[in-house]
Each structure stands twice: as structure tokens, then as C-alpha cells.
Design a protein around this ligand. Structure first.
Ligand code: MLT
Length: 413
């Protein structure tokens, strides 16, 4: 008899985005002609930068030549890509990160889940509320929590609420937590973290020997020069943080798949046994990746490398400006329509307060049925997201403009 991982049975019915798709699908069964505009999942809509496409085409040609053909690549990623990341994304910002500490992967979603493989089961885990659901669900799957209550909060997790009342900055825990998930620019609220705030977390983590999982998938959207792009801009972070980055949202790789994780060699975790010996987390992650992962395709890595060419940089900047202009339109239109809106300045997500008396899912249904616009209910990101709603700036200008007109007409106060 094959038994199952029973922890999966604790999970709420569906992952948030498939659940939204399910509801949209049901709606379309009876409204097949509804002109839907999807501002829900943060999926890019604009074409891949030309520099990336050209590099991928050239890489395909390499595959046609016996001498340039590539079979299995290094599990950690090709050094020519890792070196460019280290130089451009880290060393240029004064971060002491070496190419050997970078692990190329096919996504930050996978990495933020897979990273749990190298940590023990007895850690106390802190997440913000609301939060990117992958952090929570992967801990549930790994058996790190008890069951969920009616609000969807899992026993055993430490939830740190982020709401308008605390400017979407979690208060540092008063108790000891071992693993801390931080995401800046924040998904879903669009908030950013100042240097001082990140320093407070690094100081906490060093004092408690905790590890910060720092998800910086949206760092390219930071417009304020005072806001750090990487946790490694903060002194001490090399000894307490793992950073996750992605080419998905800056260079449009959501379908192409390329990302990376940074595990500094100085980072240590402890054996759970009495005596607590320090073990290199870089070493464990390298061991995990080389056992369970065969690397990202040569063609895709060549495409990602092209992001760091002058043309690639200019084209990526163009994409970022495009989506941020969408975010500005969303913010302005919704503010004029009387909504309280947050985020969307240094992030591609606008977070709004739902109208009085409407829950997040009520507002989702209302928006879908009346305006034919799809967004993401805040409560899907956690109990403290109830009464909030996320609008993604990832869409064409035409669709964003049209969606804002429809919402304004329906909801103008
Ligand atoms: C989101 O909409 O929150 C993101 O697209 C999810 C993801 O990147 O996996």
C-alpha cells in the first residue's frame, strides 16, 4: 500500500491563482463573450527583449554545430552568466558576492520552496501576512505546520501582519524565529523596505542565528535610489541571508524560465543535535541542486546573459518603465475613483482597500461580473489581506486604460 504525504491534506483547496482561474472559467461558461481583462496573476505581457531573443537564436545555432553543441551544463549554471550577475547585480552595488555563490535555476517560486530541503523540521518560521502563498504552502507540504484555522492561518507559523496601520512593515518578532521570509519590493502590497528597516532584520537574524529568505524578484522596479535592491547591501547579511532573484518580471522570462539564488559561502546553519555544529548552507544547497536539478537550458542562459549587454539593459529598462507607467495609471485612476491605494511606485503591484462592506472575494466577484476585470483578492495572500485587493500592472497599456475606465465607471464615489 502506497501512503501519501498527509500534510498535503492540510492545504486549502487550491493554490490562489488556479482558484482564480477556476472562478473565471466558471464565469466564462455563462458569459463566453465577456471582454475580460486580466490584472490578476503577475504575468508579463510584453515580448522578450530583442537582445535576449537574438542571443537565444544564436544559442540554438550553437546546438547545430558539433564543436559548439552543449549537453548537460553545470548544475549551478554557466560561469559566464554567474559572473555577469555577480558583477552587475551585486559587486556594482558594493555587495560582496562572488559568482561561485550564485545558483542559476528555473524560477524563484521553485527555489523558495526547494530551499526547505536543506533546513530541519524543528525551525520556527515567520511569514508576513499577507504573503506570497508559496512560502506558506511549501512549509505546510513539508510538515512544518499544524492544520489551518477558519481564517486559513496554519498552526505553528508566526504571522507578522502588514497592513496600512503599520505602513506594510512587519514589526520584528518578540520571540525567537529561525527562518524568516521577506519579500521586497513586496508581493502583494507593493511596499519597499528602507536600509534601516532591513538593517533591523539583519541585526535580529544575527542575534538569533536565524536565516532570512529574501525574495527580491521585483527589485528591478525600485525607482527610489535610497531603497536597497539586495539584502547584501546591508552589513552582516552575508552571514544570515539567502537571496532569490528572477529574470521573470524584469526581462519577461515568466514563460522562458530563468532565475537565481544567492547562498553566500559564509552562511551557516546548525545541526539539530546537542552541541550544534555549524554546517555550510552553500554546501548543502550545492549538494541539493546537483542531485535534484540538472540546470537551466544553455539557450535560456544565453538569453539571460544578454540582459547584461548594453542593449539588453536598455531594453529591460524600457519594459520596467512601461509596466511602472501602467502602475501609475492604475494608482491615479483608482485614487480618483475614491479608493485608498498603496504600492505601485517601486513595484508592479497596486494594493487597494476594498469598498466598505465588501470582502476581498466579494470585490473580486463584483469586479469580474460588473467590470469584467480580474484581480487578486487580498485575503488569498493571508488573513490580514482581508479587505484588500491586488491589481497587477502587467498588461498592455490599452487593457490597463480600459480596465481603469470600467472600474471608475462602476465604483466612482
Ligand atoms: C504573482 O502574481 O503573485 C506572481 O506572478 C506569482 C509568481 O511569480 O509565481
Amino acid at each position: 500500500m502506497a501512503t501519501i504525504n498527509e500534510h498535503y491534506l492540510k492545504l486549502k483547496a487550491g493554490y490562489l491563482f488556479p482558484e482564480i482561474s477556476r472562478r473565471v472559467h466558471t464565469f466564462l461558461e455563462t458569459h463566453a463573450d465577456a471582454p475580460l481583462i486580466r490584472l490578476g496573476i503577475g504575468d508579463v505581457t510584453e515580448p522578450l527583449p530583442a537582445a535576449c531573443r537574438q542571443a537565444m537564436v544564436a544559442a540554438i545555432e550553437d546546438m547545430s554545430d558539433r564543436d559548439r553543441f552543449k549537453g548537460y551544463g553545470p548544475e549551478q549554471g554557466y560561469s559566464w552568466l554567474r559572473e555577469k550577475i555577480a558583477a552587475h547585480d551585486y559587486q556594482s552595488r558594493g555587495c560582496d558576492i562572488d559568482a561561485s555563490e550564485i545558483f542559476i535555476s528555473d524560477g524563484s517560486k521553485c527555489d523558495t520552496g526547494n530551499i526547505l530541503d536543506i533546513f530541519g523540521n524543528e525551525n520556527t518560521i515567520a511569514v508576513t501576512d499577507p504573503v506570497y502563498p508559496v512560502y506558506v504552502d511549501t512549509n505546510v507540504m513539508a510538515g512544518h505546520t499544524g492544520p489551518a484555522n477558519d481564517l486559513g492561518e496554519y498552526a505553528g507559523l508566526v504571522y507578522l501582519p502588514i497592513t496600512a496601520n503599520n505602513q506594510f512593515q512587519a514589526t520584528l518578532p518578540t520571540q525567537n524565529v529561525d527562518l524568516i521570509y521577506l519579500c521586497f519590493p513586496n508581493n502583494p502590497t507593493g511596499a519597499v523596505a528602507t536600509r534601516e528597516y532591513l538593517q533591523a532584520w539583519v541585526t535580529y537574524a544575527l542575534a538569533h542565528q536565524s536565516i532570512i529568505f529574501f525574495d527580491a524578484a521585483y527589485e528591478a522596479f525600485i525607482t527610489d535610489p535610497a531603497i536597497p535592491h539586495s539584502i547584501y547591501e546591508i552589513p552582516g547579511a552575508r552571514d544570515c541571508a539567502i537571496e532569490f532573484r528572477s529574470f521573470s518580471k524584469n526581462a519577461g522570462f515568466t514563460g522562458t524560465r530563468c532565475a537565481f539564488t544567492v547562498a553566500p559561502k559564509s552562511l551557516m546553519g546548525m545541526t539539530p543535535t546537542p552541541g550544534h555544529e555549524a554546517v555550510s548552507l552553500w554546501h548543502l544547497w550545492q549538494r541539493r541542486q546537483s542531485t535534484k536539478f540538472n540546470g537551466v537550458s544553455y539557450i535560456v542562459q544565453r538569453g539571460a546573459e544578454a540582459v547584461y549587454t548594453p542593449e539588453g539593459q536598455a531594453q529591460v529598462q524600457g519594459l520596467i518603465r512601461f509596466y511602472l507607467e501602467n502602475a501609475r495609471l492604475i494608482r491615479e485612476e483608482l485614487t480618483q475613483a475614491g479608493f485608498a491605494v498603496y504600492g505601485g511606485v517601486n513595484a508592479p503591484y497596486v494594493w487597494l482597500k476594498t469598498p466598505e462592506g465588501l470582502s476581498s472575494w466579494d470585490f473580486f466577484d463584483e469586479l469580474l461580473q460588473t467590470c469584467h476585470v480580474v484581480g487578486t483578492p487580498g485575503s488569498g495572500f493571508g488573513a490580514a489581506g482581508e479587505g484588500y485587493f491586488r491589481i497587477s500592472a502587467f498588461n498592455s497599456r490599452e487593457n490597463v486604460t480600459e480596465a481603469m475606465q470600467r472600474i471608475t465607471q462602476c465604483f466612482a464615489s
